[in-house]
Design a protein around this ligand. Sequence first.
Ligand SMILES: Cc1cc2nc3c(=O)[nH]c(=O)nc-3n(C[C@H](O)[C@H](O)[C@H](O)COP(=O)(O)OP(=O)(O)OC[C@H]3O[C@@H](n4cnc5c(N)ncnc54)[C@H](O)[C@@H]3O)c2cc1C
Length: 508
Amino acid sequence: MGTPVVVMFDHYSVPRENLLNRTGDVTPEGIYKTPYRDPSKRFGASLGNLSVGRVSIIGFGVVYLKKSLTIGVRYSAVRRQFGPPGKELAVIQYPLQQWRLFPYIAATYALDAFSKTFNQHFIDFRLEAMDPGDKDRLALFGQEVHGLSSAGKPLSGWLARDCIQECREACGGHGYLKCSGFSYLRDDNDANCTYEGDNNILLQQTSNWLLGVWAAARASPAAALFPMHTTDFLQHADALLALAWTTTPITPHSTNQEVVAVCRQALQWLVCWLCHRTAATLDALTAAGQDQFSVRNNIQVYLAHTLSLVYVKWAAASFPEGSAERLWQAFRKALLSDCGKFKLHTKTAPTFVEVYKLCHIYALMSALDTTHHHLPNYAQVALTWFEAWVQEAHVSLQPVLYRLCALFGLNQLEKHMTPLVEGGLVVDRSLITAAQQHVRRLCGELLPDAVALVDAFAPPDFFLHSVLGNADGKVYQHMKTAMFTAPNATSRAKHWQEMVYAVPPAKL
Ligand SMILES: Cc1cc2nc3c(=O)[nH]c(=O)nc-3n(C[C@H](O)[C@H](O)[C@H](O)COP(=O)(O)OP(=O)(O)OC[C@H]3O[C@@H](n4cnc5c(N)ncnc54)[C@H](O)[C@@H]3O)c2cc1C
């Protein structure tokens, strides 16, 4: 064991050559120089670089969502309770259990696509930062990365927090067992809500940035354009704010694609309306003589705080646009390049479940096997079969992904219905009933695929480490084994004598 070392500096000059000088430098004569004339742009370029922690934490939240849902959904498919006379149903068959869990499956897929897309953008940003061609673009990129990550981290951390709790309760008393694994998930995710910036404070970073973009875009619409395109729609704020749904845009006959389009437009409208309302309140409080600190404090509740969350939900709902196609292309590419590993014996079109299982196997094998680039030649035969396979499967993958996308969108719509009505977008309130009908329908339609959807992202059993969530579904055998193999499970506790006290003699 090494001895811990503490290093403290007092009036120590760091040599000029050791400066981290990407956005500013000091000449030998002691003059500060920066390639950015505009200090806010320099700040923007630096901000993005500091976002790595928050961008990563969005992905951590996705992991906790996946782990808790794996336990919650698999257990719900095994646990039986009441049913019609003479029957016991798996609790996952109850509409209430579906309504509690399935929106989190949808959110997990949405957030997973969001996290991966955002990571890709972030890598692009870091590469551009190493060799900036267009410094103005880099500054805008940095601001957008900062704004999006500061709201993405709260969204992810809070979704995981709520999902872990819902899944724990969905497993009833068994969810409370230590060997269910929920307590570890809860502990591990908890810090995500605080470190790298407390979630509530981070949302203020996003709203401050959005309000700046809003003000600039009112003067010049092009100011809403950023490299990841997450605020482009603010250019059309006037047209969006002029909308009023006097007849419900969602009917019982709406397709999932149509539902997704409506939800996306509602979230866009809401960002514009909250920007407008928050900026107006900010101006009014400033005009009333409040100092900037008080003004910023007093615009949070119902306004700036909600604004940031709606913005990131819009982005999360939008990144998966085309995600069915993107997901598919990524899987397809990966499968084709690695198909020599799988010996396929059939040419029949796979079901959705089979394709997902295959993709899951691929992901696991890729993670565990570093030699997968050296494929044997027989891969060519399998490759041909694979191609036929996967091309057939493409169509079957779309409907279920659209169901998830629609459920995620409707869930966000429902969560923000108050300002949608208050602000005047939703005039015909039968939209609320129509949205509820679609949520119920989607939950029912997702039931046959629920376990497969979870299997597709579930980690291996040893990593999940939960007696309730093993892939074989043998909940009770695993519980029994865990209980009988726990240290001292069948013997007296070592400290039993300390607990014994002399029983006073009976007086009778
Ligand atoms: C597990 C863990 C690991 C950590 N690791 C590190 C690390 O490696 N390095 C490091 O430097 N730090 C680390 N931290 C510290 C972490 O970054 C801070 O705890 C975090 O930024 C919150 O700051 P705080 O604790 O001072 O909270 P406070 O600022 O005291 O906040 C307390 C409460 O007040 C609210 N609040 C505060 N200001 C406002 C405001 N203006 N408006 C509205 N509400 C407000 C907050 O929302 C919060 O609910 C870690 C923290 C944890 C929990």
